[in-house]
Design a protein around this ligand. Structure first.
Ligand code: ADP
Length: 398
């Protein structure tokens, strides 16, 4: 059985074709500049076919999907003989509101519900919906599933997801913490339980997804009980370019002083803040590491702030769960930066965490980086959101 996984953005579309018998990726690729001019990079990973990497007209998402199918099935770059071999499609959808606590098979009713969630994610959900519609147009009645970034966090109790604002904003408008990166937190926590050889129901886990966007999740018995992103992905930790937690009074102060409107203000908080804003160097942790090692104090401050916040939020989750068995690092920074992992783990001495330097130097594999006698186990687990989407799609459709 073969499943196509689609992650559609407003002008981009990422895809993977996964063979579910082996869970191996057969081909992957990226359409960019959809609706502008267009570029497609398609990488077949089986059959020794060459990579296709060319400018190609992609006026709409439907044309992008058609180009992807053409590459997946064509003689020169293809990995399957025809579209009939694609059994189902899994779509990443950013926001499922309170309507979706798990993945669902897509039908007209689900599409209407997705539209209702759009005000919560006005930049992301419309692109996801466009991607689904494009696929339905090109692929006809191939079964499709929506997998939500927010769904895993729907198990949070009210005390964790409520904001302390008038209750009517929650009741009438859905204002609450939703959380994101749920598919990633779900994957790495399940994998962590496997690696520990214990049922996830018996484990308390803090999952640290540290990429361009970063969030932590407290996972007790396999269920998310708290997470650091909120109504939007802007809050929690300082990130590559997002500010993380911020006193709302600062917004009023800056807007008044500099005559900014709310869109300009949010653009600063989303795109010019975080470690980029503090360091003035870069949003990329590799650049920060190298600037800091050359004596750039602001790069070092940005790194220190990030490590401090991860440790501080993780510590609050240990309190929330009344204990912790495992801490997981994942995503770009979590998987690749041994210096960030080390700096964060140093805060966990009170938990009896000790790190194995040699294990912490390895890359690209699921690995325990704590010493065998460490009271709390620490893991690096490369995330795989596409595989979760494909597995859910298989379970629901096939
Ligand atoms: P996204 O949130 O866009 O999915 P990723 O999970 O791909 O982000 O993470 C991207 C980030 O990972 C980059 O901005 C970079 O800061 C960081 N990163 C990647 N490789 C390294 C590395 N070797 N050392 C430190 N940071 C790294």
């Amino acid at each position: 059985m073969k499943i196509l996984v689609i992650n559609a953005g407003s002008s981009s579309l990422k895809y993977q074709l996964i063979d579910m018998d082996t869970e191996a990726v057969m081909a992957k690729g990226l359409c960019e500049r959809i609706g502008i001019d267009g570029h497609l990079k398609h990488s077949p990973l089986v059959g020794g076919k060459p990579v296709y990497d060319e400018d190609i007209a992609l006026p709409t998402h439907a044309e992008a999907i058609a180009a992807v199918i053409d590459k997946l099935t064509g003689a020169e770059y293809g990995v399957v003989a025809s579209m009939k071999e694609i059994d189902a499609v899994g779509h990443r959808v950013v926001h499922g509101g309170e309507k979706f606590a798990c993945s669902v098979k897509i039908d007209d009713e689900v599409m209407a519900a997705l539209e209702e969630c759009t005000p919560f994610a006005p930049l992301h959900n419309p692109a996801n919906i466009t991607g689904i519609n494009a696929c339905r147009e090109v692929m006809g009645d191939v079964p499709m599933v929506a997998v939500f970034d927010t769904a895993f966090h729907q198990t949070m109790p009210g005390k964790a997801f409520m904001y302390a604002v008038p209750y009517d904003y929650y009741k009438n408008d859905g204002i609450r913490r939703y959380g994101f990166h749920g598919t990633s937190h779900r994957y790495v926590s399940a994998r962590c339980a496997e690696l520990m050889g214990k049922p996830i129901e018996e484990l308390k886990i803090v999952s640290c997804h540290m990429g361009n966007g970063s969030s932590l999740a407290a996972i007790d018995g396999g269920k998310c009980v708290d997470t650091s992103m909120g109504f939007t992905p802007l809050v929690g930790l300082p990130m590559g370019t997002r500010c993380g937690d911020l006193d709302a009074g600062v917004i009023q102060f800056i807007m008044n002083k500099y005559g900014m409107n709310i869109d300009e203000m949010l653009n600063v908080l989303n795109k010019k803040s975080g470690v980029l804003g503090v360091s003035g160097v870069s949003s990329d942790f590799r650049d920060l590491d190298s600037a800091a090692s050359q004596g750039n104090d602001r790069a070092q401050l940005a790194l220190d702030m990030f490590h401090y916040w991860v440790a501080k939020v993780a510590g609050s989750y240990v309190a929330a769960m009344n204990g912790v068995d495992a801490i997981i690092f994942t995503a770009g920074v979590g998987e690749n930066s041994k210096s960030s992992r080390k700096a964060i783990a140093e805060y966990f001495g009170y938990l009896g965490v000790t790190i194995d330097e040699e294990a912490n130097s390895k890359r690209g594999e699921d690995i325990m980086i704590s010493t065998p006698d460490s009271k709390v186990k620490v893991f690096v687990i490369p995330t795989n959101e596409e595989l979760v989407i494909a597995r859910d799609t298989k379970e629901i459709c096939c």
